[in-house]
Design a protein around this ligand. Structure first.
Ligand code: ADP
Ligand code: MG
Ligand code: MG
Length: 883
């Protein structure tokens, strides 16, 4: 087996495509070599060797020793040096490199091969004693830390003491003799701490470093990183061994990092930093302040230290041309590392650079314009989830952050406002034109109006799927949930955080993208939806098959969703409409009535309000499809809970509190999620469904007249498990439709369908489709009912499940394709079997999750529906799934 691949001097055994075998770094080093760029020669030990190492009780493959020896000879030939030789030593860097870039892996060891003898020859050969001893002390530090497990702080301590003694501030002020002395101290310290001398044999050093790279694949940091980023253990890591080039050989030497375009703005200009007379990580270590690569960068950064462009114009020109070549070759923005050794430029790494969402957008659009990528490729280049960053105000990255608490990043975006502790206050203050942050221990459906009024929501309790989190995401409001370290005292109207007291009216900022809670107002960046964003969206729309609708019940949400490109409403939850204003009063009257006649009387009051809601939604959607779900939650959700609330409601309804209490108790359920809700309500009280159907149909006629666009309402019956349930409810809806047609003298089209949110419904979909004219997969409930996990109580233990590796992802966030997805597949297939072309959609939270959207595309659904702020994400994800 071939375990070792060499590169150097314009040739390489590997290619960029060999990332699986050579790791990202190794494959790109090979590619740069093959392109003829100056890369110090070296070789890569494959990831297969790493896997062999672990499969065989940490033994190297037998051929490896020989192959490494030959590769070292090859590098020696190209450099005119010999590894292990005293008079003409080949010095090496040893670098780890997995397929995906992994910060959890081993740090690079530089200057390997130095010892008490070779340091002298390096000094003589370079004519620079100081440089040689500086390199040796770096090597001892890195090697001891990375390979021998002796923390580098031990050496920094010594260095600081010496600097203090010598009155030196910077490393560059230390002389050759002083380094020589420091090296002695370092070696003595190794002996003292590890009871063994620092290894002098270069061969031992090399194999020590190779072993350390392989071992680092299984270190704690790497394992954690892999788990968090879904990187399989089976990938293994490669080891890159490469001839050293020195950026620390005096004033004509330097080392730096650069991006071919600006990674935060996307601007098409080289962007980076470098340091003269430095090595390796000095640039990022922050010991000295690095200098800008370009003049423009220097000016922007307000620095008076010369740029590379000014200081070494020829080398700058050469590096710029390499950057352009690499970018054109990889057809993507590159993140590069380089070193200049006495006026000669060497390339040490290149890879596709990480970037902000804004930069990603600009770079993709620009590159399509430059003809570097196609429009389809540009669309594929954008991470859909990253759009969240672009749709909301975000905290200016340059802003100072005074963090007073951390919670969960429950709903993205940042918001600033005055603290209020009740929804009533939130509403009052916001209608007086003030900006508020609603601070609650947790929220409930009664807080909806307060959440609407607030700029953002902060809770001290509750997970990513808590009421506050789900509703805030739905509204596109920033939310930080479960900030457990804060104390909320409703009675005294204070918030305690980090020992500070915040009162009602004090200003705080929440960052729903990071979970931070900050003191005071913080500068923000506003979203920018035109330009590059609009271009990408247009290209995405051209490429997708599925429609994207929105989940919306308020005119504001519907309009917002339209502006984000929604093509209809996939889920209008009518119950939200009954919490507002006087409606809750009429609703409660209806619930308290003992007779059908009493209920009908109360419903008659609700009818015009409900109808007005629908007229507005239909008008906003102007002929686009609108799916309206009949009342879904159990009735007790509309009744008061505490004694105080009961007393107050009894007074306002003018009924006996005992009656109210009795009714509340009678409606109490042990398990409301599986209780008297969904179509079960419509079967017990058909008059509710009838009122809603009438409101829908009358509104459709009215809106049709007003807009001139014909409305085809889709009436959706929730929580159906039995065909007969749907049949019963549909008969009532059809009857109302007939009445409305007769009364109005107009004919109209409408559809009656159901949500598929119970396993039984999925399994019996072929029978249900005899009645249902469309299916909408309610995957929140379907996940809940399939797993038998309550979504309101699961946050805590699902997190434990993730930690213990039982599940990879929260199934309420990303659809469980194997289980819940199988039910969706079955239902889709069976539904189509009965009713060819039956309209299929999804309206759970998953409708805005890119991975779940891919599944929907593969299953051939007609549309996904998601909260307004997720619409652009869904448009992009649907396009990526289809292209
Ligand atoms: P990382 O993956 O953390 O970026 P690298 O393996 O790229 O680690 O190494 C870090 C730094 O070490 C490089 O940016 C470069 O400055 C330095 N380095 C690596 N190999 C060499 C080499 N052959 N000669 C000189 N410096 C090197
Ligand atoms: Mg690197
Ligand atoms: Mg449901």
């Amino acid at each position: 087996t071939k375990w070792v691949y060499t590169f150097g001097d314009g040739a390489a055994e590997g290619r960029a495509d060999d990332k699986a075998l050579l790791g990202g770094k190794g494959a790109n080093l090979a590619e740069m070599c093959a392109l003829g760029l100056p890369v110090p020669p070296g070789f890569t030990i494959t990831t297969d060797a790493c896997n062999h190492f672990y499969a065989n009780g940490r033994q190297y493959p037998v051929e490896l020793d020989e192959q490494v020896r030959r590769a070292l000879d090859h590098v020696g030939t190209l450099t005119g040096r010999t590894f292990g030789d005293k008079s003409n030593a080949l010095l090496l860097s040893v670098r780890s490199g997995a397929r995906a870039s992994m910060p959890g892996m081993m740090d690079t060891v530089l200057n390997l091969g130095l010892n008490d003898e070779t340091v002298e020859t390096l000094a003589a050969e370079s004519g620079d004693e100081r440089f040689a001893w500086d390199s040796y002390r770096r090597f001892i530090t890195m090697y001891s830390d990375v390979v021998m497990g002796l923390d580098h702080e031990v050496f920094e301590e010594i260095l600081d003491m010496e600097k203090g003694r010598l009155g030196a501030e910077l490393d560059t002020e230390i002389s050759a003799d002083q380094w020589k002395h420091i090296v002695e101290l370092y070696k003595a310290r190794v002996m003292e701490e590890l009871e063994q001398p620092f290894p002098q044999d270069p061969g031992e050093q090399l194999w020590g470093a190779i072993g350390a790279v392989f071992s680092s694949w299984m270190n704690h940091r790497a394992i954690t990183y892999r788990r968090l980023h879904d990187i399989p253990e089976a990938w293994g890591t490669a080891v890159n061994v490469q001839a050293m080039v020195f950026g620390n050989m005096g004033e004509t030497s330097a080392t730096g990092v650069a991006f071919s375009r600006n990674p935060s703005t996307g601007e098409n200009s080289l962007y980076g930093e470098f340091l003269v007379n430095a090595q390796g990580e000095d640039v990022v270590a922050g010991i000295r302040t690095p200098q800008a690569i370009t003049e423009a960068g220097r000016i922007a950064g307000g620095s008076d230290k010369p740029s590379l462009e000014k200081l070494m114009p020829d080398l700058f020109a050469e590096f710029s041309s390499f950057a352009s070549r690499l970018e054109a070759h990889y057809r993507d923005m590159q993140d590069m590392e380089f070193t200049i050794e006495r006026g000669k430029l060497w390339m040490l790494q290149t890879r596709n650079g990480k970037r902000t969402a804004k930069a990603a957008m600009k770079i993709a659009v620009d590159m399509a314009g430059e003809g570097l990528v196609t429009k389809e490729e540009a669309v594929q280049r954008i991470e859909p989830a990253s759009l969240d960053q672009l749709l909301h105000p975000t905290i200016d990255p340059k802003a100072k952050r005074d963090v007073i608490a951390m919670g969960l990043p429950a709903s993205p975006g940042a918001a600033t406002g005055e603290i209020v502790f009740t929804s009533e206050e939130a509403e009052e203050m916001s209608s007086a034109g003030r900006r508020v942050i609603l601070v609650r221990i947790e929220t409930s459906p009664e807080d909806i109006h307060g959440m609407h009024a607030a700029q953002g929501i902060l809770t001290s309790r509750g997970g990513m799927t808590s009421h506050a989190a789900v509703v805030a995401r739905g509204m596109g409001k920033p939310c930080v949930s479960g900030a457990g370290s804060i104390r909320i005292d409703y009675r005294n109207e204070v918030l305690l955080a980090m020992g500070q007291t915040f009162r009602k009216g004090d200003i705080v900022t929440i960052d729903g993208s990071s979970g931070q809670v900050l003191k005071g107002a913080v500068p923000m960046l506003q979203p920018e939806l035109s330009g590059d964003f609009a271009a990408i969206m247009e290209w995405a729309d051209a490429g997708r098959r599925m429609k994207v609708r929105t989940n919306a019940e308020t005119p504001a949400d519907a309009r917002m969703a339209r502006s984000f490109g929604a093509e209809g409403i996939g889920l209008c939850r009518t119950e939200h409409m009954f919490f507002e204003g006087d409606r809750i009063v009429a609703m409660r009257e209806m619930i308290l009535a003992d007779t059908e006649a009493g209920r009908r009387a109360a419903l008659a009051k609700l009818l015009p309000m409900q109808k007005a809601d629908f007229v507005e939604l239909f008008e906003i959607m102007a002929g686009l499809p609108v799916t309206i779900r009949l009342l879904d939650p159990p009735l007790h959700e509309f009744l008061p809970k505490t004694e105080e609330e009961i007393a107050e409601v009894a007074r306002s309804l003018n009924v006996n509190p005992d009656l109210l209490r009795r009714r509340t108790e009678a409606l109490h359920e042990f398990n409301p999620m599986l209780g008297h809700r969904g179509c079960r309500l419509a079967i017990s009280y058909p008059e509710i469904a009838e009122m809603q159907a009438r409101a829908i149909f009358e509104a459709a006629i009215e809106a049709g007249k007003a807009t001139g666009a014909q409305v085809v309402p889709e009436v959706m019956v929730p929580l159906v498990g039995l065909m007969k349930e749907l049949e019963f409810v549909k008969a009532r809806i059809d009857a109302v439709a007939g009445e409305v047609m007769k009364e109005s003298g107009t004919r109209f089209d409408y559809l009656v369908g159901t949500m598929i949110e119970l396993p039984r419904a999925a399994i019996r979909a072929h029978v249900i489709a005899e009645v249902a004219e469309f299916f909408s997969f309610g995957t929140n409930d379907l996940t809940q009912t399939t797993f038998g996990i309550s979504r309101d109580d699961s946050a805590g233990f699902l997190e434990t499940y993730q930690h213990k590796g039982i599940i990879e992802q929260d199934p309420f966030v990303s659809l469980d394709v194997e289980g819940v997805g199988e039910l969706v597949r079955i239902a889709a297939e069976k539904g189509r079997g009965t009713r060819e072309g039956i309209k299929l959609g999804i309206c759970g939270e998953h409708g805005g999750d890119p991975a779940s959207i891919r599944f929907c595309e593969e299953t051939g659904l007609d549309y996904v529906s998601c909260s307004p702020f997720r619409v652009p994400i869904a448009r992009l994800a649907a396009a990526q799934a289809a292209i």
